[in-house]
Design a protein around this ligand. Sequence first.
Ligand code: IVH
Length: 669
Amino acid sequence: MNSMSMDDKDLIYSLRAELDAHNYKYYVLSAPEISDQEFDEKMHQLIELEQKHPELFDANSPTQRVGSDISKAFTQVKHKYPMLSLGNTYSKEEVQDFYNRVSRALEGEKFEIVCELKFDGTSISLTYENGEFVRAVTRGDGEKGDDVTDNVRTIRTIPLKLKGDYPQSLEMRGEILMPWAVFDELNQEREAEGEPLFANPRNAASGTLKQRNSAEVARRKLDAYLYYVLGEDIPTLSHSDNLAHAKKWGFKISDAYKVCNNVDEVFEFINYWDVERKNLPFATDGIVLKVNSIAQQEQLGLTAKSPRWAIAYKFKAERECTRLNDITYQVGRTGIVTPVANLEPVQLAGTVVKRASLHNADIIESLDLHVGDYVYVEKGGEIIPKIVGVNTEMRNPDAAEKVKFITHCPECGAELVRVEGEAAHRCPNENSCFPQIVGRILHFVSRKAMNITIGNESIELLLKRNLIKDAADLYALKVDDLKDLPLWGEKSANNLINSIKDSLSVPYDRVLYAIGIRTVGASMAKKLAAELKSIDALKAATVEQLVQIDEIGEGIAQQIVSFFADEKNVAFVERLRGYGLQLEAVESNTVVSDKFAGMTIVVSGVFEKYSRDEIKALIEANGGKNATSISKKTSFVVAGENMGPSKLAKCESLGVKIITEAEFDALLN
Ligand code: IVH
């Protein structure tokens, strides 16, 4: 029988409550009380206790916020209360009309209007029973939506257990959004991986919410604001008071709302936020006006699609008219040719716009663009401005020449190809088209790949001087090859060589990503490395075998197989093997002893017997925790060659012990 000590059970419950409270302070209030490290330690302790006591599983435990790799299909759920949409307007007159309409319908009775931000994300309905989060459903068609509970559980600002005096049965409505900073980072990552970019944070939020892999959702750091309380026993008959209650139950409610007593106050709110919203960390696309009294809301009732007691005033996307000077074409690492519109500089939404992306030939065609046209440029929810139309009245029919997509690569002159079913034109000359070669090397050295510190210009210089022909040649470089290059010197040469050397310890999944198989991004490479533990296993896999792996479709499988069918690629991989790159996964994560349990260890420098990542994996496998910076909590530092002087000084001042690789080995064995 499983002899469960009362102590463990109590500890699990108290750790859960404690972590929930810290989570709330950190994410909802932005006022953490403990360090990230202390938080992680408590979380680690809870994870271990829960592993020991599977009978105490709780889907709402703070440990469950990390999501799972298991991909799940969504089931459809009928909404208890239909999810209505709002009437929209872009005009202040119509806001006034709305106000008058409400006033008339209430026959002169006094009323208040609550003004709120219109969050530009994707709407969600959250169900709580007895204070426990039970379900999250998307809007869908308003009657029924997708059950996205597992994904929503990973959003830290959504409480899994309520606090205080909450109703037994509760439905909260709100918006899931992706903050600008997260959106920018995600798109940069996608660009580096050659994946399509999200047009705006709204698309990114809804796309993320529909991910089948909740661990990926957790990684993308969504946020949520709640704005509507529903249920049989809601606390008050005032919308704004209900929001104040919901805040006490632990929900994230924006402070940017105002109870207005007349229409002037409404306009004041609108005007204020039309400017101030640009300083918010997330996208908003308007203001929502709601009658505050729920009794009056009921009196006003609904139309077929939307309530009569609310309306959305939408901010206009900022738009300017400017001249299209010409179109240039950029060639990316995979050979895709992207047209860029070069515009007469124009001030738009706080920045000077000179260029706009045109994406592909179809878009140029549908706009019927002519060189010299006056075009409308808009910056709505997007960060990259786009051309939304042409002012044909300003076109000079004699001079205007219709834009024709180029037929040959602007860099190498090769004839472009357009793969059936794809919007993009591609330069097929992957072996000698310069920007493709540079692009592949840049991808290889990027932070999430081999993390070699070298920039675009240096790569171009090395290629032009014939010092390298591809990324594998980096490993044959010597300080002597570099130190006399213009603007280099011995120091930068040494730095680069060390950085290249360091990259030999980069684990296999990142090497696989660096190699740059089309459609294999960083997370896909991780997945492949976890399933097939070496590059040889991957090379041997057939399409049929690859599609058996979760999330790998026919397309990716084909790309992998055709990559290895190309002799040049195989030769490239073999050269990397010759230079000593990691082409096999290092087994870790399974705890083999608890030798380092409770210890926080810092690994620094370059080692002989192990790679740095191997040492880190060994620490984890023996129950220890890796940290990157030295503090008084550091148990000891494993130091190799080249450990920095500032780290040494820090160890000395804090009295932290330093051990060598050999001593570490002795500890292990
Ligand atoms: S209230 C019946 N409040 O806008 C009223 N909606 O076009 C339900 N939205 O589907 C909605 N911010 O996704 C409300 N403060 C806010 C909102 C908001 C954004 C979204 C929501 C809704 C859409 C309506």
